[in-house]
Write a protein that binds this ligand. Structure first.
Ligand SMILES: Nc1nc2c(c(=O)[nH]1)N[C@H]1C(S)=C(S)[C@@H](COP(=O)(O)OP(=O)(O)OC[C@H]3O[C@@H](n4cnc5c(=O)[nH]c(N)nc54)[C@H](O)[C@@H]3O)O[C@H]1N2
Ligand SMILES: Nc1nc2c(c(=O)[nH]1)N[C@H]1C(S)=C(S)[C@@H](COP(=O)(O)OP(=O)(O)OC[C@H]3O[C@@H](n4cnc5c(=O)[nH]c(N)nc54)[C@H](O)[C@@H]3O)O[C@H]1N2
Ligand SMILES: [Mo]
Length: 778
C-alpha cells in the first residue's frame, strides 16, 4: 500500500448519470468524493475506483477471426469465435472499407444505427449523438430506433389519450408539491429510491428521500402497490398492498368501479375534462359482457381481498391524491393498459391539475422526473440529418434481424422490417437490455458485420466482428448537463486513456477521414473546441436573461455553473384545469380521452379503444409456476461497471442475488444463500438466493445487469452462470400498438443448484491471437 493520498488540488470535477463528484488518481488508485451539495449521494459512485483499470477494459482493437478470414457474412460463430488484435490504422482501414461496401451496394437502409443505450453522461462524447452524426454525415443516414426500453408503451399511448409524454414526466407534479401538498400517494410499482438515484446526463441533488420524509412528517399517507416491499423507502412509512404482478389494471378498474358504485367519483371533473366516459362505463359496469369489473371480480385476479379493494377506494375519495405508475408496469405484456387506466383512476378522483394531486406517471423512476426544467438551452451536439428515415420501435431489434421484409404493426401503421447488413453499436449493451438473449444471438448471427465501440468486454463486444476500445468518461473532458438538474458540470479529465482506448469522437473522425467526410463530421473542431462551442448556447441563454454568463475558460476553471430553472407551475395539466378551452391538451379532443376514437380505429385486439383488463398470454402455471420480476439493479446503472466494487460487493459467491419468499423457497428445499437455477423454455441462469418476507409469495425477483456469462458459449441454450434475467424474458412487444419492451415480467421455475459451481468468466478478457501478418496494402 502506498500512503500518499491525493491532495485537494489534485481532485478534478466530474459527473455521471448517477451523481456529480470529484475524483483524483493517487498512488493507491482512484479516490472519489461525492458532490458536497448532494443531500443523499449515491453508492453507485463506488463502482469507479476498481473499474478504471480493471482487466475487463478493452485494451486494443480486435477483429473476430472468422470475419477476418472469411469476410463479412452471416455467421453463427459470433460470440463463440476467437479474436485477433490489430493496429488502429489497420482496423480503421478495414472498417471504412466495409462501411463503404455496405453503403454503396445496399444504402443506408441496410445499416442499423439505432445503437440504443445510456452510454455516459457528457453531452459531447454522448455516444448516441456521435454515432448518429457519423452515420448521417458518412453515408446519409441509417435505420434508426424510436422510443426507449424505459417507456416503450407509455410514450406511444400517452399522446393519443393524455397529451405530451415528455411533459407528463418532466413538467407535472414535483417533489416539492409532494412534500407540501399531497395527502395520499398511491404508488403502483412504488418509487424505489435506488431508481431516482439515476438521471441521464448527470444529477447533483438526490431530493426524493427528503421529500418523502417531509411529506410523511406532514401526515401524507403512502400506499405501495406491488410485489416488493422495498419499492418505497422506510422514510415513506408506506402501507404495502402486494398484488399479483401484471394485474394492476384489474385493480384500478375495481377501484374505479367501487367509486362509481358508491357515487364517489368526480362527475364534474369527468364531464368537463374528459371524453368517452360513457363507453368506458359500459365496460366497467359490465353492460357489454355481463361482467362488472368490481372488487369481487378483481379479487382472484389480483390476489387481494375484495373488501380491501373497496376500502382502498373509499380512502381515496375527497383527498389530495397523487396516483403514480412506475415505468415497470408498462414494460410488460399489454403495458399500455396500466398507463392509460392510471390516468382514468386519477380522473375519476378529480385531482388532475391540482398541486400535488392527479397523475404522476413514472414519478420517482428516474431522477429528472418531478423536478423543474432548466430555463436555458442545453449544450447539445447536433446529430445532423438522417436522410434515410426508416426506423423500428427500439425493442423489435431481434425481430427485425430475423425477419427481413416482414410486415409488422406499429402505432396504427403496417410497416416492413428492413434487410440489415451492418449493425453498428456505440454506448449501449443489447446483451443487457434486450429480452430472450438466445434469440438475440440468433439474430446477430444473421448480419454481415457487427461493429461495437466499448470500454469493456460486455457480451455485446464479445459477439462483435470489430471491437474498438473506447475511453471511459474519466479519461476525457466533457460537459455534464441534464435538462432538470440545476448544475452544469465541467467534466475534467481524471486519468489518461486505458491502453490504446480512443474517444468515440476520434474514432469516428478517423473513419470519416477515410470516407472523405471528415469536414462535415468534425467541422474542423478539436474536442476542446467542441466543448467551448456547445457551451456557448447555454452561455448566451444566461446572458439574455441578464444572469452571470462566464466564458468557457472561466466555467472550466470553476468546475461547475448554477443554472436558472423554470417555475414549479404544474405544467400543461394545471393550465388545462384552470381553463380547458384556452389550454386544451394536445389530444384529438383536447381532453383526457377515456375512450379514444384514434386507438379504437387502429383495430388492435391487443389495445382496444378504452383501457381494459386483457389477461396475459403468459401467466404462471404448469412447468413455470412463478412470476419473475426483472427490475433495475440497486448497485449499478444497468450493466455499467458491473465489474466495479459496489456492484461486486452486493453479489454472493460472485453471482447476482435473487429474492424469494420463504414459502416458495421451503417448497423447493432452498435456503438463504443457496445457489439456485432459474429456468423456463427460453433459457436458464444461476443466481444466489436471498430468502425474505419482503416479497409477495409466488414472485421471484432478479435484477438486471449482471453480465451475461454463458457456461459454454458454443451451445445454443447455454446456462448463464452469473444471473442475467434476460436469458429468461420473452421477446414480444407490449401490443401491436406500441411494440414496447416487455422485459420486466416473465414466468419461471426455480430449483436448488447442486452441481459444481462454474466459475465467473464474464470479466476475463477473451483470448486474443496476435495479428497474423500485416495485411497487404490495398
Ligand atoms: N429484463 C429487463 N430488461 C431490461 C429492463 C428491465 O426492466 N427488465 N429495463 C430496460 C431499460 S429501462 C433500459 S434503459 C435498458 C438499458 O440498456 P443499456 O442502456 O443498453 O444499458 P447500459 O448498461 O447502460 O449500456 C451502456 C453501455 O455503454 C457503454 N459505455 C459507457 N460509456 C461509453 C462511451 O463513452 N462510449 C462507448 N462506446 N460506450 C460507452 C457501457 O460500458 C455499457 O456497456 O435496459 C432494458 N432492459
Ligand atoms: N439504481 C438504478 N436506478 C435506475 C436504473 C438502474 O439501472 N439502476 N435505471 C434507470 C432507468 S433507465 C429507468 S427506465 C428506470 C426504470 O424505472 P422502473 O421501470 O419503474 O424501475 P424497476 O426497478 O424496473 O421497477 C420498479 C418496481 O416495479 C415493481 N413491479 C414490477 N412489475 C410490477 C407490476 O406488474 N405491478 C406492480 N404494481 N409493480 C411491479 C417491481 O417490484 C420493481 O421493483 O430506473 C432508472 N433508475
Ligand atoms: Mo430505461
Amino acid at each position: 500500500m502506498g500512503n500518499k493520498a491525493p491532495n485537494a488540488a489534485e481532485f478534478r470535477q466530474h459527473s455521471s448519470h448517477w451523481g456529480v463528484f470529484k475524483a483524483a488518481l493517487g498512488e493507491d488508485g482512484l479516490v472519489i468524493q461525492a458532490h458536497p451539495g448532494d443531500p443523499d449521494p449515491n453508492g453507485i459512485l463506488d463502482n469507479f475506483p476498481a473499474a478504471l483499470r480493471h482487466p475487463a477494459r478493452i485494451a486494443r482493437p480486435m477483429v473476430r477471426r472468422g470475419w477476418l478470414e472469411r469476410g463479412p457474412g452471416p455467421d453463427r460463430q459470433r460470440g463463440r469465435d476467437e479474436f485477433v488484435a490489430m493496429e488502429w490504422d489497420q482496423v480503421l482501414d478495414l472498417l471504412a472499407a466495409e462501411i463503404r461496401r455496405v453503403g454503396e451496394s445496399h444504402g443506408p437502409g441496410a445499416v442499423y444505427g439505432g445503437s440504443y443505450g445510456w452510454a455516459s453522461a457528457g453531452r459531447f462524447h454522448h455516444a448516441q449523438s456521435q454515432i448518429h452524426r457519423f452515420l448521417n454525415t458518412a453515408i446519409g443516414g441509417y435505420v434508426a430506433s424510436v422510443n426507449s426500453y424505459s417507456s416503450g408503451a407509455a410514450s406511444v399511448i400517452v399522446p393519443h389519450v393524455l397529451g405530451n409524454y415528455e411533459a407528463l414526466t418532466k413538467h407535472n407534479v414535483t417533489w416539492d408539491q409532494v412534500a407540501t401538498q399531497t395527502e395520499v400517494v398511491l404508488a403502483f410499482g412504488g418509487m424505489a429510491l435506488k431508481n431516482a438515484m439515476v438521471a441521464g446526463g448527470g444529477i447533483s441533488e438526490h431530493v426524493e428521500r427528503p421529500a418523502m420524509q417531509a411529506a410523511r412528517a406532514r401526515g401524507c399517507d403512502f400506499i405501495l402497490v406491488g410485489p416488493l416491499r422495498s419499492d418505497l423507502p422506510e422514510e415513506a412509512g408506506a402501507e404495502w398492498i402486494a398484488n399479483v404482478p401484471g394485474t394492476d389494471t384489474a385493480l384500478m378498474l375495481a377501484l374505479v368501479h367501487t367509486l362509481v358504485a358508491e357515487g364517489l367519483h368526480d362527475r364534474g371533473f369527468i364531464d368537463r375534462f374528459t371524453t368517452g366516459w360513457a363507453e368506458f362505463e359500459r365496460y366497467l359496469l359490465g353492460a357489454a359482457d355481463g361482467q362488472p369489473k368490481d372488487a369481487a371480480w378483481a379479487a382472484p385476479i389480483t390476489g387481494l381481498e375484495a373488501e380491501a379493494i373497496r376500502a382502498l377506494a373509499r380512502r381515496l375519495h375527497g383527498k389530495r391524491v397523487l396516483v403514480t405508475v412506475a415505468h415497470a408496469l408498462q414494460r410488460a405484456e399489454h403495458g399500455e393498459q396500466p398507463v392509460w387506466m392510471g390516468a382514468v383512476l386519477a380522473a375519476a378522483l378529480g385531482q388532475i391539475g391540482l398541486p400535488g394531486g392527479g397523475y404522476g406517471y413514472a414519478l420517482g423512476a428516474i431522477g429528472y422526473y418531478g423536478r423543474r426544467a432548466n430555463a436555458v438551452p442545453s449544450p447539445t451536439l447536433s446529430q445532423g440529418r438522417n436522410r434515410h428515415g426508416n426506423y423500428i420501435p427500439v425493442a423489435r431489434i431481434a425481430d427485425m434481424l430475423l425477419n427481413p421484409g416482414q410486415d409488422y404493426r406499429y402505432n396504427g401503421q403496417t410497416r416492413k422490417y428492413p434487410d440489415i447488413r451492418l449493425v453498428y453499436w456505440a454506448g449501449g449493451n443489447p446483451f443487457h437490455h434486450h429480452q430472450d438473449l438466445n434469440r438475440l444471438r440468433e439474430a446477430f448471427a444473421r448480419v454481415d458485420t457487427l461493429v461495437v465501440h466499448e470500454l469493456a468486454w460486455t457480451a455485446t463486444a464479445r459477439h462483435a466482428d470489430i471491437v474498438l476500445p473506447a475511453t471511459m468518461t474519466l479519461e476525457r473532458e466533457d460537459i455534464g448537463y441534464s435538462s432538470h438538474d440545476p448544475l452544469m458540470v465541467a467534466m475534467q479529465r481524471v486519468a489518461a486513456p486505458y491502453a490504446e482506448a480512443r474517444d468515440d469522437y476520434d474514432i469516428f473522425a478517423a473513419l470519416s477521414r477515410r470516407l472523405g467526410t471528415e469536414a462535415a463530421f468534425t467541422e474542423g473542431r478539436s474536442s476542446r473546441e467542441w466543448l467551448a462551442h456547445l457551451y456557448e448556447r447555454t452561455r448566451q441563454g444566461l446572458a439574455e436573461k441578464g444572469l452571470p454568463a462566464p466564458d468557457f475558460e472561466a466555467f472550466w476553471e470553476a468546475g461547475s455553473l448554477a443554472l436558472p430553472q423554470e417555475p414549479d407551475d404544474g405544467g400543461p395539466w394545471r393550465a388545462f384545469r384552470e381553463d380547458p378551452d384556452a389550454n386544451p391538451l394536445p389530444t384529438p379532443s383536447g381532453r383526457i380521452e377515456i375512450f379514444s376514437e384514434t386507438v379504437a380505429g387502429f383495430g388492435e385486439a391487443s389495445c382496444p379503444g378504452h383501457p381494459a383488463w386483457l389477461p396475459p398470454e403468459e401467466a404462471p402455471g404448469g412447468a413455470t409456476p412463478l412470476h419473475l420480476v426483472a427490475n433495475q439493479p440497486a448497485t449499478r446503472l444497468h450493466s455499467q461497471l458491473d465489474f466495479g466494487g459496489h456492484s461486486a460487493a452486493a453479489k454472493r459467491r460472485e453471482r447476482e442475488v435473487a429474492t424469494m419468499h420463504p414459502a416458495d423457497a421451503a417448497a423447493r428445499g432452498i435456503e438463504d444463500g443457496d445457489i439456485i437455477r432459474l429456468f423456463n423454455k427460453r433459457g436458464a441462469c444461476l443466481a444466489a438466493v436471498r430468502v425474505a418476507e419482503d416479497i409477495r409469495p409466488g414472485v421471484v425477483q432478479l435484477p438486471t445487469g449482471a453480465w451475461y456469462d454463458p457456461e459454454d458459449p458454443a451451445e445454443d441454450f447455454p446456462l448463464c452462470v452469473h444471473g442475467n434475467p434476460n436469458v429468461l424474458t420473452r421477446d414480444i412487444g407490449t401490443s401491436s400498438l406500441a411494440q414496447g419492451c416487455t422485459g420486466q415480467l416473465t414466468v419461471v421455475e426455480v430449483e436448488k443448484f447442486t452441481g459444481n459451481l462454474p466459475p465467473i468468466r464474464a470479466f476475463d478478457p477473451p483470448v486474443a491471437r496476435p495479428a497474423p501478418q500485416p495485411l497487404a496494402a490495398e
